[in-house]
Ligand binder design. Structure first.
Ligand code: MTE
Length: 333
């Protein structure tokens, strides 16, 4: 995700997997004070004797089991939960894949306020309890394809964004939906320092066209693997848009506004030549610095931890193709 201008932190396609291997050791070294927030660890590092220090980990954020309608179980195997919750992008907590889990365990999610406002008849405010109770929760097993060319298969729990938007009654003049992550530099070290937070101007913002937002696949997720979300995955509530690159799936959302113009989006502001507003998964349009034709499907940490597979148009969710008929997806990437 890091941008070309910032040479020091450029991510090459080949680096992503190596990081998965050494992330545990990096966390432990950091706890022992051997690494600064952004110092790079040599790629040759391997988990080793430092594993002894694992017992010094901070207590983990407490998750709760949720009541939800289970997904059909005849689906492809899932990414291991421990991998999906420890290999994350959440720059508010740092730019390394292990930073969100390491830095976010004290994150406070209750009280929480999610506002739906802008061009609506009935603005809505959801508090922490409403997030879990106002809408019927269901499980959705989705592929998550990051623009960095890795992917996972994750059992999310949540409700359709359309249900929430309909409750607010959008005006016919509303054409787009803008999303915003919590801004709380006291809790989020990446928001306190441009160095730790990857040079992003926070709060992190995202957007969808209204027909994309209303599509039944578009999910507001409040949980994963049967429980509430951990902070590193966007607790207490995040967006999941499975046919778009992962950066559209904004975490820890506090505001959803209906607007009439295309809203600014964080990665597009930072590097418009690399990250577009639409960001539909597309194997035929390469990122300027790497191919998008294939991906590394990350399943876990065991022997079959990772498979290289072809990337599918719209991440395999063909039912959304009609949203883009007549559009040049090379230009509107
Ligand atoms: N949301 C916020 N607020 N900040 C972020 O840095 N990273 C995005 C997205 N949502 C990000 C975010 C990116 S690049 C990806 S790939 C996904 O979150 C990763 O979600 P996961 O960590 O749950 O797999």
């Amino acid at each position: 995700m890091l941008i070309q201008r910032w040479q020091k932190n450029r991510i090459k396609e080949s680096e992503v997997t190596d990081e998965a291997v050494y992330r545990d050791r990096r966390r432990i070294l950091k706890q022992l004070g051997f690494l600064g927030a952004m110092s790079a660890l040599s790629q040759s590092a391997q988990a080793g004797p430092f594993d002894l220090f694992k017992s010094e980990e901070k207590p983990e954020f407490e998750r709760r089991p949720l009541n939800f309608k289970k997904a059909d179980s005849n689906v492809a195997s899932l990414t291991e939960e421990s991998t999906a919750t420890s290999y994350n992008n959440f720059y508010e907590f740092g730019t390394s894949k292990s930073d969100p889990k390491d830095e976010a365990q004290d994150f406070k999610v209750d009280p929480w306020t999610l506002q739906v406002d802008g061009m609506v008849e009935t603005p809505i405010t959801l508090n922490y309890d409403d997030i879990y109770k106002r809408f019927t929760l269901e499980e959705r097993i989705y592929r998550l394809r990051c623009v960095e060319a890795w992917s996972m298969v994750i059992p999310w729990i949540g409700f359709s964004l359309a249900d929430l938007l309909k409750a607010a009654k959008p005006l016919s003049s509303a054409k787009y939906v803008a999303f915003q992550t919590l801004y709380d530099p006291k809790q989020m070290p990446g928001q306190r320092s441009r160095f730790v937070g990857g040079g992003i101007d926070y709060p992190y913002v995202e957007g969808l066209r209204i027909d994309e937002a209303m599509h039944p696949l578009t999910l507001m997720s409040v949980g994963m693997y049967g429980q509430t979300l951990p902070p590193q995955n966007g607790a207490p509530i995040r967006l999941v848009v499975p046919w778009k690159y992962g950066f559209k799936s904004i975490k820890s959302v506090v505001k959803i506004s209906l607007v009439d113009n295309e809203p600014p989006t964080t990665w597009n502001i930072l590097a418009p030549d690399e990250y577009g507003f639409y960001a539909n998964v597309n194997p035929n349009v390469d990122h300027p610095r790497w191919s998008q034709a294939r991906e590394r499907r990350i399943m876990g940490s065991g022997l079959n931890a990772m498979q290289r597979i072809d990337t599918q148009m719209f991440n395999g969710y063909d039912e959304v193709a009609s949203l883009y008929s007549g559009m040049d997806l090379r230009k509107l990437y």
